[in-house]
Design a protein around this ligand. Structure first.
Ligand code: RP5
Length: 155
């Protein structure tokens, strides 16, 4: 993520990855404050054994796109909600990539972070069948939880 201040949002991705027991690292890498670190990180990601990068950033959110420009690993971008423009700036910064360098862009905020991790699990599931099974179980549980709790007045 681009800043320590993104963590309250990106934590939602970490929670999902931990729940699915997907080994992962959590690092602050800023496209603007630490550009050399960003290049090193993205360039070395593949040889370090990373398979997917989830990049969250807010405002002028160039981190996911620049990351994608330096690696062929799948990059999922999470627009962090910004104070002034409520994350619309982040979303547009991430989603409008030029053809040829894709970033899979999720929704603004915590739901986007959560879904980035679930999408990562789904992609990894093509290679790791146990993750596919865990994802099916997650969905079953999620559906059952809604069915079992139809009255919103009862918590
Ligand atoms: C972006 O600027 C970060 O991703 C963060 O969302 C935003 C604000 O960063 P801080 O000023 O809170 O460090 O690069």
């Amino acid at each position: 993520m681009g800043s320590r201040s993104d963590w309250p949002t990106m934590e939602a991705a970490g929670e999902i990855l931990s729940r699915f027991q997907v080994p992962h690292e959590v690092v602050v890498v800023s496209a603007h404050r630490t550009p050399d670190k960003l290049f090193d990180y993205a360039e070395s990601a593949e040889e370090r054994g990373l398979e997917i990068i989830i990049a969250g950033a807010g405002g002028a959110a160039h981190l996911p796109g620049m990351c994608a420009s330096k690696t062929v690993l799948p990059v999922f971008g999470v627009p962090v909600e910004s104070a002034i423009l409520r994350g619309v700036d982040s979303l547009l910064s991430i989603v409008q990539m030029p053809g040829g360098v894709p970033v899979g862009t999720l929704s603004i905020g915590k739901s986007g972070a959560k879904n980035a991790a679930l999408l990562a699990v789904a992609v990894l599931g093509a290679k790791y069948p146990h993750l596919r099974e865990r994802l099916k179980e997650f969905r079953r549980h999620q559906t059952q939880d809604v069915i079992d709790n139809p009255d919103p007045r009862i918590m």
